[in-house]
Design a protein around this ligand. Structure first.
Ligand code: ADP
Ligand code: CO
Length: 331
């Protein structure tokens, strides 16, 4: 916490992992090593709050960002007054912050940059302002999936009853150490920014897709139970089947949205075919894919099958060629 007589900023740096939802946008995720690194500096000499994302200054007035900042400052103030009710000083609390955040993976390309980004932002701000306790509810105000990046391992997202989601929290079902043989690969089919942000796409789907309604009521609750079971038993084929069916049904609801939303591209489709052909060749499910709101594939496999599958990907998607070129080379 910066002292009033100090002009050197107080600086805190933290990182958060990105996550992938295996039961789509309802409750379940896995964390992998792609990450966001955020530095927060607080100084009395700063004139205004500012944010740089991947080296470029961004508009700080974004309502979600403002809501996270406001909430952390409110908690810091509350904590301060609880500790010393007669204290009139508010060292650091009125000072402005400079936030600098870098994602080491594509931003807004369906790899949950918003999740890692806001989880990291809220955690780092809390550290800088000396706030402790449950932060996932605040991170969720930045991005719905951010609360799932606050913990490692297998995390269940418990939906709250309040409309603003303030009472939503995340809970760890199993730690990373539970299933160390499980590996996650990310295949970047396109690092471009997607045309539709996840939240606005999801809102249109909620308003117009009957399939989404049916999914939420009749399908997801059962799949949640089965998924937790599969993870607990470390049953890869069961985990893999469910993960792929979830991914495909999510993209079916995108197509069922009016007007429809397309997140997968032709490279994504070829990856899907490759995974199914690979599994069929061995007569068992060794590899699974999952796509969030973007064309990039998250691949799940047990450690022993990773080298062979990576070779296969390199063969069909050689790094020095791109676009239609390598698609033509596919069987
Ligand atoms: P994604 O699939 O990558 O999550 P979204 O459209 O959901 O794409 O979210 C992208 C938005 O999240 C960015 O435009 C930005 O506003 C916010 N965001 C991403 N990374 C960060 C970060 N490191 N810090 C703060 N905000 C971030
Ligand atoms: Co997002």
């Amino acid at each position: 916490m910066p002292e009033d007589n100090m002009d050197t900023p107080c600086m805190v740096t933290c990182t958060a992992p990105m996550n992938i939802a295996v039961i789509k946008y309802c409750k379940y995720t896995l964390n992998v090593t792609l990450k966001t690194t955020t530095t927060v500096a607080i100084s009395r000499s700063f004139k205004e709050d500012r944010l740089w994302l991947n080296g470029k200054e961004e508009d700080i007035s974004h309502p979600r960002l403002q809501s996270c900042l406001r909430e952390i400052r409110r908690l810091a103030r509350k904590r301060r007054s609880e500790r010393n009710p007669r204290s009139t000083e508010s060292v650091g609390l009125s000072h402005k912050v400079h936030i600098c955040s870098v994602n080491n993976f594509p931003t807004a390309a369906g790899l949950a940059s918003s999740a890692a980004g806001y989880a990291c932002l809220v955690y780092t701000l809390a550290q800088a302002f000396g706030v402790e306790g449950e932060l996932s509810g605040i991170a969720r105000q930045g991005s719905g999936s951010a609360c799932r990046s606050m913990y490692g391992g297998f995390v269940q997202w418990i939906m709250g009853s309040k409309e603003d989601g303030k009472d939503s929290v995340a809970q760890q079902v199993e730690p990373e150490s539970h299933w160390p043989e499980l590996r996650v690969l990310v295949l970047v089919a396109s690092a471009e920014r997607k045309p539709i942000g996840s939240t606005s796409g999801m809102q249109t789907s909620v308003q117009t897709s009957l399939l989404l309604k049916h999914r939420a009521e009749a399908i997801v609750p059962h799949r949640m139970v089965d998924m937790i079971e599969a993870v607990r038993r470390k049953d890869f084929p069961a985990f893999a089947e469910l993960t792929m069916k979830e991914s495909n049904q999510l993209h079916a609801t995108c197509l069922d949205t009016h007007p429809p939303i397309f997140y997968l591209n032709s490279v994504s489709q070829h990856i899907i075919h490759l995974v199914h052909r690979y599994n069929k060749y061995y007569g068992e499910t060794r590899v699974a894919y999952s796509f969030d709101a973007g064309p990039n594939a998250v691949i799940f496999a047990l450690q022993q099958f990773v080298p062979e599958f990576v070779q296969l990907v390199q063969h069909f998607f050689p790094p020095d060629r791109n676009g239609e070129d390598f698609i033509k080379g596919l069987p």
